[in-house]
Ligand binder design. Sequence first.
Ligand code: ADP
Ligand code: MG
Ligand code: MG
Length: 198
Amino acid sequence: MTALDLSRLITAAADTIAAHAEELTALDRAIGDGDHGLNMKRGFEAVRAEADAFAAKPLPDALKAIGTKLVMMVGGASGPLFGTLFMALGKEISAEPDHANLTAAFGKAIEAVAARGKSQVGQKTMLDVLQPVRDALAGGKTAAEIADIAEAAAEATVPMKALRGRASFLGDRSIGHMDAGARSTALLVRTVAQIIGD
Ligand code: ADP
Ligand code: MG
Ligand code: MG
């Protein structure tokens, strides 16, 4: 990935989060505390503000620096978790990743998120999108297919009962609403897929 690609990717991700901030907040208001859109927007605007500096770094260092920024700026539960995702990805990825390296690094990054969140797939969180995306990547799906799979996976959190995060405090009342972090993850996956393509 060139510096220009990474800079475009950061801008596109920040645009996507800004365009969907209200939607993310509404989802989080239904079964959480209504700040997910604001949290994500604050984090991604901070990354956007330093996009050129991040993009000038080799990919592993750029991802680690973006992760650190997200931990600091997003806050809440999702800041450390998205931050961990990017930091772990930066640790595992090579400067010019091939498909095998990308898949392996993404898998390790998801494990790091699960360890940090003491969470696993099926608990109505961002992991319920991340894991199907990893599987689709490993299965050689196209970028467009992976984006569709991510969106379907976010939809599939609607009937789930939350077992982690604030939504878990609601017990059965968390059923019938999409998880906000699953939705923001799917939005980011779509954005990456559109920029990087196949
Ligand atoms: P907070 O809940 O602190 O207000 P956010 O609203 O920004 O933080 O983020 C909530 C999202 O974080 C949830 O929708 C869920 O996807 C994710 N999340 C929360 N706790 C965990 C966890 N333990 N493991 C994985 N994801 C989690
Ligand atoms: Mg919240
Ligand atoms: Mg909060």
